[in-house]
Design a protein around this ligand. Structure first.
Ligand code: ADP
Ligand code: MG
Length: 378
């Protein structure tokens, strides 16, 4: 379906054109009309299927219809995301899709790890606030922001946000919002039974679940190697060189491990940086930007980066270790094979982890051809 048929505001259609989007993706086609009608919505669709624009477009469409927007410290739109990097990315989508509006819309991303002062100052006149929960609460406590005018709440990566890790902060935030508001929840992995959903989705929500087609699944080619832990480093270097990989995202189980892997790669002449929660925010931004721009060959990350981060045409993801939860596996490999592009995900698996690998594959309804690394010379 074309975006014109979705009856979006002309200013939006121009920006969609500028981005080169020809057709709405299935989740966009279904979610946008329901959201424009003001419904609460739960949107479930695979990674890389365009969920961001599914909420950005109807939100901007509604803002364009508003008569006079007051300038104050009370944003009307609040978007909650789990990581700083995702906050920045989502705010960029809001910004490009609202370019050249006759009445400009102010979007701001706020997150921890950087000075709070510019965020406090920048709050005046914000229409769309994208935030990680902790920093939002800090800003609220400092009276830099009021949340009692929020009429639209978006929760991206909703299953993660409603999970234990964020529970307390999310409850505090929800309590600060007006009861009457529109709620939009999105995720690739979300169970409709998730407890906590009913606290957020107050009125009868529309549930849209886009089934992943077999062809879609096959956009990501899965393969794996059985390899003992001590041989993983050499194997990783061998694979990168052998397949002449120029842009590869490697997932490790901890920040410490990520640093070690990146260090070893550099020592062996393969340019790499690591990214994880213990790094300074400037180092995180620098590493991710370089990687997105194609100036960095290998980015070694923890699951910090597994959620929502969009890297154009990323060809390879390597799991140096398997994640504990199958959900994280889905998100990790979903960094490749986005927007109908092809991608390849490779797993390095210790034989002791065979059972865990089977559990993950069963959840994903996938099969992997495993190569025994003993048969390779590296
Ligand atoms: P998700 O949140 O579902 O994982 P994103 O919203 O990050 O996916 O979008 C994935 C990629 O698809 C982005 O690079 C985005 O620019 C692109 N995209 C989104 N909608 C469209 C569309 N209608 N046509 C083409 N590309 C699109
Ligand atoms: Mg997303």
């Amino acid at each position: 379906m074309s975006f014109v048929e979705l009856n979006l505001h002309l200013s939006l259609l121009k920006n969609i054109d500028f981005l080169g989007y020809k057709e709405a993706t299935p989740i966009q086609e279904k979610a946008i009309p329901a959201l424009i009608e003001g419904k609460d919505l739960l949107g479930i669709a695979k990674t890389g299927s365009g969920k961001t624009a599914s909420f950005v477009l109807p939100v901007l469409h509604q803002l364009l219809g508003d008569a006079l927007r007051e300038k104050n410290r009370s944003p009307k739109i609040l978007v909650l995301v789990p990581t700083r990097e995702l906050a920045v990315q989502v705010s960029e989508v809001f910004k490009v899709l609202s370019l050249n509006f006759s009445d400009p819309i102010k979007t701001m991303a706020v997150y921890g790890g950087v000075s709070i002062n510019p965020q406090m100052k920048g709050m005046y006149g914000v229409d769309v606030l994208i935030a990680t929960p902790g920093r939002l609460l800090d800003l609220h406590q400092s009276n830099a922001v009021e949340l009692n005018k929020v009429d639209t709440l978006v929760i991206d990566e909703a299953d993660k946000m409603l999970n234990l890790g964020f529970q307390k902060e999310m409850e505090q935030i929800i309590n600060l919002l007006p009861k009457k508001r529109q709620n939009m929840l999105f995720s690739a992995t979300l169970s409709k039974q998730l407890s906590g959903l009913n606290k957020v989705l107050l009125s009868e929500p529309v549930v849209i679940e886009i089934e992943t087609k077999v062809e879609d699944v096959e956009l990501i080619n899965l393969s794996g190697y059985f390899v003992s832990d001590d041989r993983k480093g050499p194997l990783l270097r061998y694979i990168i060189k052998e397949q002449d990989m120029q842009q590869v995202l490697v997932f490790a189980s901890s920040g410490l491990k990520a640093d070690k892997i990146a260090g070893k790669l550099n020592k062996n002449g393969i340019q790499a940086l690591s990214i994880h929660g213990k790094k300074s925010q400037s180092a995180r931004i620098n590493a991710l930007n370089k990687f997105k721009d194609g100036e960095l060959r290998v980015l070694v990350a923890t699951d910090l980066i597994s959620r929502g981060i969009d890297i154009n045409n990323l060809p390879y993801v390597i799991n140096y270790e398997l994640p504990r939860s199958p959900k994280d596996f889905v998100h990790r490999v979903g960094r490749t094979g986005r927007a109908e592009n092809k991608g390849m995900a490779i797993c390095l698996v210790d034989r002791e982890q065979t059972h865990h690998l089977k559990v993950i594959l069963k959840k994903m309804k996938r099969y992997i051809d495993m190569i025994d690394s003993e048969t390779l010379e590296f």
